[in-house]
Write a protein that binds this ligand. Sequence first.
Ligand SMILES: [Zn+2]
Length: 699
Amino acid sequence: MPSESEPKPSSESEESPASWWSKCISTMKRTPSAGRGRKISIQIGKQRALDMDPDKDLKSRDLFESKLGDASAIQEYDKAYSALLEAEENDAWDRKARPKSKSRSLSDTNERRAATIIHAIREYERRVTFGNLPSEAIPGADTLDMGGQFLTNKERIDARSELFRIAKLVPKGALLHLHFNAELDPDRLLKEAREMDNMYIRSILPLDNTKAYAETEMVFSVLDPNDINTDVDIFSSGYTGRADNWKKPEMQKEIWMKWSAFKSKYNEKFPGGDRQAPTPIDTKKPVRICDDEPATIELDPAETWLKSKMILSQEEAYGQTQTVNGVWARFNQATRCFKGLLNYEEVYRWYIGEAIEQLIKEKIMYAELRPMLLDKFIPANNGKDKLDNATQMRMITEGVAAKQAQIEADPQRSDDEFPFGLKIVYCTPRSIPKKMMQEEMKQCIELKEQFPNLICGFDLVGAEDRPNHIGFYKEELVAFRKTCETKGLHIPFLFHAGETLLDTGGSGDPNKSNLFASVALKAERIGHGFALMKHPHLVEKFKRTPTQKGICVELCPISNELLHLCRNIKEHPFPELLAAGVPCTVNSDNPSLFRNSMNHEFYQIMVGAPTMSLYSWKQLARWSIEYSCLSSDQIKRGLSILEESWRTFCKDIVDRYDKALMDGDEINDKRAELFYSHQLKPQPESQEGQAQEGIPEED
Ligand SMILES: [Zn+2]
């Protein structure tokens, strides 16, 4: 006989075998004495129950048929499944962004409806706009994979996606990871360069054969004409500029060619070369083909070719033979090409206001920009005088104040559009010698003393698969922190870290991960964090909990894809990072090179994982403000501005799409067909094709 404490076999109770068994398990878990002896007695009990089961003598085939309708067993499964779903939902990283379940307020009702609409539109577009349905048939030529390669999909996203249209309206909070030179598109900078009589250009190869056009790197600079020989000709075989001699002072006279002269000669050689089609220029609007708008600036063949050096093409990003190092080298070339077009007095001033307008257009209320400040000067307009870092910081402060005053004076605009201005993260490359790094840190601290409200962080930048890892500078970084502490200065470390697949800090040693160094140095945020999920112990440090603020990860998904960390957004580890409880923000990194925008980044997040929802967007936007370098009062105000604009956004979504598209919680396909054909503009001609078709044949 079974003892009192032992479970009864099913034949002695009303319970089904399954529920009886699950009770056995829970009893075992609760009873501390459950051990080897007890296990044996349960097994004996189970065996006895089986022996007494009248179904035992049925044929297996018949028994299976009879079990198909076993409602209690199915119920048991459903219960277990629901419990798992509920546990995941209750613990979801974005749960605090959801309206309370019992709330019936208009704004919460709107928000729930907007969430349903966005989900339905995403799934409709996956099926219809992209059309990649599971089938044995080879997909048609018009089929694309939603969430597949960004540049491959970009035209479809920009021209045909209502989800992208919605992504443009999302209030995004703050942009915390944006390289200084990379917010405006090349067209606009090339146009500005036309006005600079002393803009010069150099090459690392003579442009005397077709191959050289493809292989060379081009760099701009504003220079003093008195320092340069007037007869320098980059197209001549005698041109002496090379990758290894351009720094030599004695070479400076020989390698720079006047940009206007270069243009004339190029356009003469290739009169039928690629041209960017002209469309009217609206000077009031910031211009960017990286966004969904057609280019508004006519570029001549020389400018169009230069533009192809400044942005990453599909072939460069996804080409079969491309490597991580290869695409990084190309990315660095493009960065250097941008630098000279932007870093001179005239455009530097103009740029601040234009960049702010672009941010506002993308529904961003505040940004932290990352200039590389290793070059201590930018040229004044005459190419002779130099403006030091402090002068540049002053120009930024003045530019922000001027833009804010302009917004304030405009009765059509609200102060809440860009209430906190910009801040600057001091960036320096991780490739420099230690002595130079020490000087960099001293200058960063001095700049902070001069501009306490502007300088907000310190960062080391550059490809992580090359020397040096962050720990290489540990003496300097520790001294930096201690100096700041003593001086009462707050300059948090906001390192690029984990932007790599190898995660060995440019060595062969897995113990040289920049992620460990970032945590040990008490970084407050890190850029990218792509490799973080490889370190479960570190993930604990990053997590946000009731007792720990955690370390924020500045996600840059499109950048990661284009620089070969993953093939597309669906392979990016952002859902895992979020599910693990790591606070994250969404960032565009280098929009002018990658042809992305924050609108594209938010779109990608939504199509990158089926668990993403309207609430995910909201939580990410909230964190972008909470983990920014704003003061606690500003964060409070920023969050309240966000809440207000969020309510308007949700209402707009419901007004625009509910009646026009929805049938209950689903899209009505017939209405959608009509809606999509009416609402969306005709597909613009690809600008990329024009800029990337390679070198025109010499006439
Ligand atoms: Zn970056």
